[in-house]
Ligand binder design. Structure first.
Ligand SMILES: Nc1ncnc2c1ncn2[C@@H]1O[C@H](COP(=O)(O)OP(=O)(O)O)[C@@H](O)[C@H]1O
Ligand SMILES: Cc1cn([C@H]2C[C@H](O)[C@@H](COP(=O)(O)O)O2)c(=O)[nH]c1=O
Ligand SMILES: [Zn+2]
Length: 195
């Protein structure tokens, strides 16, 4: 990835759960490290799947991260933590509020490469803010697909399962989880309980 302006820029890695977003984020960070660039990595406090201060993939790869609050003024602790790093990564962007958009804009305006990863759809297959807003302001967007756990076609959707059954449309949007409560599914195989 090369600068297209004299300032920094924003890259968004998105797609369904299990599509390889965090693997791709870690690949980009490894390459930045090889290039000798200073890197800062952040994750939201709400996502505790891989321990306090790491980001991790569904197949076990990890990178140290600083844990930050995901709402309001707490998100600005990302800019407060900057110490000359050229590359800033934020994983699980779907857990942040819209403050993350302004924070990413500020980091890029300050000349930094900002890499943000997060799923773009809720379990209802609706836009999962602020990821769609980040996609709109980004210079680069990569939308990855997993494999549908039902039919094997490319998967763009997140199927939430509660005790093996499709979640209800009225269930809360935020529910941290992985294989025990989510599957990657295609448009045809994704379902929601509405009754
Ligand atoms: N249905 C699936 N489709 C593709 N990969 C899957 C699936 N289920 C599990 N995986 C595993 O998940 C890995 C991707 O993990 P990860 O980068 O953490 O994804 P994401 O961050 O998009 O949730 C794949 O390399 C693969 O080993
Ligand atoms: C669809 C959906 C997901 N989540 C949660 C579940 C996981 O903790 C993360 C996504 O993780 P991944 O790195 O993309 O695998 O988001 C949620 O809270 N609500 C949802 O609707
Ligand atoms: Zn399918």
């Amino acid at each position: 990835m090369h600068a297209i302006t004299n300032s920094g820029w924003v890259e968004v890695i998105t797609g369904s759960m299990f599509s390889g977003k965090t693997e791709e984020l870690l690949r980009r960070l490894r390459r930045a490290e090889i290039a000798g660039q200073e890197i800062a990595v952040f994750k939201p406090a709400v996502d505790d799947r891989y321990g306090e201060a790491t980001i991790g993939t569904h197949n076990g790869r990890q990178w140290d991260a600083e844990v930050v609050e995901s709402e309001g003024d707490g998100v600005w602790s990302i800019t407060d933590a900057m110490n000359g790093e050229q590359v800033v990564a934020v994983d699980e962007a779907n857990f942040f509020d819209e403050t993350l958009v302004a924070v990413c804009e500020a980091l890029a305006a300050d000349g930094r490469r900002v890499i943000v990863s997060g799923t773009d759809q809720t379990f209802r297959a609706e836009p999962f803010e602020p990821v769609p807003q980040l996609m709109a302001i980004a210079e680069y967007v990569d939308k990855l697909q997993a494999i549908c756990s039902v039919c094997g076609e490319p998967a763009t959707r997140n199927q939430r399962l509660i005790e093996g059954e499709p979640a209800h449309a009225d269930d809360p949007t935020i529910m941290v989880g992985a294989e025990e409560s989510y599957e990657a599914r295609c448009r045809n195989c994704h379902t929601l309980r509405r009754e």
